[in-house]
Design a protein around this ligand. Structure first.
Ligand SMILES: *[C@@H]1O[C@H](CO)[C@@H](O)[C@H](O)[C@H]1NC(C)=O
Length: 317
């Protein structure tokens, strides 16, 4: 009986994946890059760099003397969603004097079709993570080779599957050129299909000089366990986050908390010295700045309490 049940569910899952395999694009031309800065704020004003047109990259106005941040969205999203748009807006409002590049891989992250097959297409989007990472690596390589970007001022910020894309970029640049990105921030890196490395390669701390990770939905949509040099567990890192009624709310809380930290040095998290045992519960032998202004020297696991804040509502999804 049990065996039949197992066989039955495996069978349904395989059929689902087969049916849904035509539902997610794998076309690299649907991976797009938009540049924003103090002169280009609005969603529609993003300047598009096209890998197929080198002069569109060279004319982007990105210069190596200011920092560059890439914002990479996750499953079922695109670059018009509040992550990355609202995060970009907050950086610019806080006076960020550099370029913010939003990565749009929405066509490769969003199944077309109806439930339940759309959800079964998630593994196909996981498979696309590597492809998007490779395409992004190509763009970063061009920027570096033309002296428009320095590793030391590069910060990749990825939400959910986007965190793993950032990891692939960091890893590829090291393997090919021995270049190491200054920083990767993982906002509740996706958990499902990233534990064994069989389908998806997970973000890890060797991917950048400093890898910081914010956990809010562990063991649900979010990854369980420490992935960075510094791992921040907000409200314990588990769902439900305050005021959240759905798993996706707790997952998104990581991006919401990061947004609140932009330009704000006041949000601090508690850490332990190496010899105090964390499993015995959060302790607080010292504190460190949380979020965007975290210090690159921060090491270990950190705890803090926060609440999601209301967003402008200007953007969907
Ligand atoms: C390439 O990009 C430049 C902008 O830098 C634009 O003027 C030109 O028309 C583009 N070429 C093609 C073939 O799209």
């Amino acid at each position: 009986m049990c065996r039949n049940l197992l066989f039955f569910s495996l069978c349904i899952t395989s059929i689902g994946i087969l049916v849904s395999s035509g539902m997610v694009s794998t076309n690299p031309k649907f991976v797009r890059f938009f540049v924003y800065n103090q002169k280009r704020w609005r969603l529609e004003d993003g300047y598009e760099m096209r890998l197929s047109n080198i002069s569109s990259i060279l004319n982007s106005g990105i210069n190596p003397y200011t920092p560059v941040k890439f914002l990479i969205h996750g499953f079922n999203h695109n670059h018009r969603c509040w992550f990355p748009q609202e995060v970009k807006d907050t950086f610019l409002r806080q006076g960020f004097d550099g370029n913010i590049i939003t990565v749009d891989w929405g066509r490769l992250a969003t199944p077309v079709g109806t439930e339940p097959f759309a959800s079964l297409a998630y593994p196909l989007c996981v498979r696309n993570v590597k492809l998007v990472g490779e395409i992004m690596t190509e763009l970063v390589t061009i920027l570096i080779e033309h002296g428009m970007l320095h590793m030391e001022s590069l910060h990749l910020i990825g939400f959910s599957l986007g965190a793993h894309i950032a990891g692939i970029v960091g890893n590829s640049l090291q393997r090919r050129y021995r270049w190491k990105i200054a920083r990767i921030t993982g906002l509740d890196p996706a958990g499902p299909f990233f534990y064994t490395g069989f389908v998806g390669r997970s973000l890890r701390k060797s991917d950048a000089m400093f890898v910081d990770v914010i956990h809010t939905d562990m063991a649900q949509y979010g990854h369980l366990g420490a992935l960075g040099h510094a791992d921040f567990y907000v409200n314990g890192g588990m769902p439900p986050q305050p005021g959240c009624k759905t798993p996706s709310c707790s997952h998104h809380a990581a991006a919401n908390y990061f947004l609140q930290s932009i330009g704000n040095e006041q949000i601090r998290a508690c850490g332990c010295t190496a010899n105090s045992v964390f499993s015995s519960g959060p302790c607080c032998t010292f504190t460190t700045v949380f979020g965007d202004l975290a210090t690159p020297e921060a090491r270990g696991k950190f705890y803090l309490r926060m609440r999601p804040q209301f967003l402008s509502g200007m953007y969907n999804c």
